[in-house]
Design a protein around this ligand. Structure first.
Ligand SMILES: C[S@@+](CC[C@H](N)C(=O)[O-])C[C@H]1O[C@@H](n2cnc3c(N)ncnc32)[C@H](O)[C@@H]1O
Length: 271
């Protein structure tokens, strides 16, 4: 494919190529691609990757998430706009957190969005199993002084955070294994299975996150966990079983669902 020209005819062809590849917002995507490079050969290479089905964010290397722009390497989960609900709920539940953890952080979008909305000093940690995600999150959280750890859920976190976390933001994988095959190819083929697959009923990680949360939360601290409308009551049940007080929140505009579980103020009582 010859490189698209930057004149009006070239831009029209870019939009037409994107539309033919099934991109619904072809004009917007064309503008993003054009803004990404001045080099026609590089533009052609970016277009070819997008036309082949790679997510736009992985092609250009970044995603906009609310007020923050985060790096997204190939193979890293692309932050979804619906996850902005977690940021809103987190700040509404604990308006002035001192210690925030973004667990299963991917690109680090959630932690960065919370940090960007706060004026005061913040101790920010994030963790993920995946090396590419940890690389992206490290770049994302560097301006906020955030520390990014690699490992399995809470095992990745420094022990000195136990009992001190005011906000625990978690968008863990929650797609039931059988539903992975029904996902759009952009997700199914270009995002790692470990970022999507939540096990048989999708809630394997939710149960583990909920069970561990009370040991890490400060009194009055909150776990903010993304889920789906269908799974919300079961996610809430796992949070309740862990001893937190759960509430299900739904935002129709963002088509988003989340469970917030608050650790009761006062000393923890052992079950
Ligand atoms: C759905 S993605 C969400 C990423 C990010 N929080 C966001 O909203 O954009 C889930 C992330 O969880 C990570 N993950 C999966 N299993 C994990 C585990 N056992 N421990 C830590 N991270 C895990 C994946 O690597 C992936 O980056």
């Amino acid at each position: 494919m010859p490189p698209p020209a930057r004149n009006a005819a070239g831009q029209e062809r870019l939009v037409a190529d994107l539309r033919a590849a099934g991109c619904v917002f072809a004009e917007d995507e064309a503008a993003v691609l054009l803004a990404s490079t001045d080099d026609p050969a590089e533009l052609a290479a970016l277009l070819a990757r997008r036309v082949a089905g790679e997510p736009l964010e992985q092609v250009v290397g970044w995603a906009q998430f609310g007020a923050v722009r985060v790096p997204v390497e190939p193979g890293v989960f692309v932050p979804r706009q619906r996850s902005r609900l977690l940021v809103d709920l987190a700040l509404a539940t604990v308006p002035a957190p001192r210690t925030v953890v973004d667990l299963c952080c991917g690109s680090g979008a959630l932690g960065a969005a919370v940090a960007a909305a706060l004026a005061g000093p913040l101790e920010l940690h994030a963790a993920d199993l995946d090396a590419a995600a940890v690389r992206c999150a490290t770049r994302t959280l560097e301006p906020f002084g955030g520390r990014v750890h690699r490992g399995d859920l809470y095992d990745a976190l420094p022990g000195e955070l136990r009992g001190r976390v005011d906000l625990l933001l978690v968008n863990a994988p929650y797609v039931p294994t059988v539903a992975i095959g029904l996902m759009p190819p952009e997700a199914r083929l270009h995002e790692p299975r470990t970022a999507l697959d939540g096990g048989t009923d999708g809630l394997d990680l939710h149960r583990r996150v909920a069970a561990g949360a009370p040991g890490w939360l400060a009194p009055g601290g909150a776990l903010v966990l993304e889920t789906s409308e269908d799974q919300a009551e079961r996610t809430a049940a796992a949070v309740r079983a862990a001893g937190l007080d759960p509430r299900v929140h739904r935002c129709a505009d963002l088509d988003a669902t989340a469970v917030v579980g608050v650790r009761p103020p006062g000393p923890r009582t052992l079950a």
